[in-house]
Design a protein around this ligand. Structure first.
Ligand code: 6PG
Length: 258
């Protein structure tokens, strides 16, 4: 389906269900990981949270063919956002990824850069994570224009058009310098720690995994909107030198007209 605003670096793929979406996303992950490791000896990926990616993370860790073909020791996993809760909290994205994937990979070494949400000051936790990003990406010479360039960033989308923890009408949407910020989200009456657009838009590839009927209205809004419509956070993801790839299930794509 074409999108009047879709640029040549934006692609939309629709899959029969979330299982097929997860498999396609996993296969893309393997391809990108092998390419990056062959070229630079390392693959950097930022994980999204919420519920959609659980099946993807579980598949990568448990499907025998996928598990054995992923170069786990050469991959560095980061998080695009995190709730400001302890790592054992059921709301924690780190806990979700650990239960779905990392704790199933015990024979393999995995490099997981968790956001230190035990730090009671959310802004301090964001700043510490930015330091982690700076140290890693600088030491591996993976900064581009002074900003980390991820090989792959997974993102999701909420029905309100948020992505990562960049919610509509929040201050983090306007951040142009810092890579990680603590973003106050009024509807949760809580801080979220999130990557900002400077990092998201510096990625080589961003994959948005979006599933479920509850997303269909916003998917149509953002992919088929007229130029005059309001811009939602997910539309502000515009990799300057990279690919934006939507991976949708049929339910999320059910209101698309093209
Ligand atoms: C989070 C995510 C968030 C998520 C969307 C979709 O911390 O919740 O980073 O951006 O991707 O809210 O969530 P679901 O996959 O649960 O619908």
């Amino acid at each position: 389906m074409s999108n009047p605003l879709q640029t040549t670096n934006e692609f939309v793929e629709v899959f029969s269900d979330i299982a097929a979406l997860a498999r396609a996303a996993a296969q893309r992950f393997v391809l990108l990981a092998k390419e990056a490791v062959a070229l630079r000896g390392v693959f950097t990926v930022s994980l999204s949270g919420g519920s959609t990616p659980k099946s993807l993370y579980t598949l990568m860790a448990t499907d025998p063919d996928l598990r054995v073909s992923i170069p786990w020791p050469e991959i560095h996993f980061f998080f695009g956002d995190e709730r400001h809760v302890s790592p054992d909290n059921t709301e924690s994205n780190s806990r979700m990824a650990n239960e779905a994937m990392f704790q199933r990979l015990s024979p393999y070494g995995t490099n997981v850069h968790r956001i230190n949400t035990e730090q009671p000051d959310a802004a301090q936790a964001a700043s510490e994570y930015q330091d982690d990003l700076a140290e890693f990406f600088n030491s591996h010479r993976l900064l581009v224009a002074g900003v980390p360039r991820f090989d792959l960033i997974f993102l999701g989308m909420g029905p309100d058009g948020h992505t990562a923890s960049l919610f509509p009408h929040t201050s983090a949407l306007h951040e142009t310098d810092r890579w990680m910020v603590a973003n106050w989200v009024e509807k949760f009456k809580a801080y979220r720690i999130t990557m900002t657009f400077p990092v998201l838009n510096n990625a080589a590839e961003v994959i948005l995994c979006v599933a479920g009927f509850e997303k269909a209205s916003m998917v149509r809004e953002v992919l088929e909107r007229t130029a005059h419509a309001p811009q939602y956070p997910v539309q502000m993801v515009q990799p300057s030198n990279g690919i934006k790839r939507w991976m949708l299930d049929k339910a999320a794509a059910s209101q698309l007209t093209k």
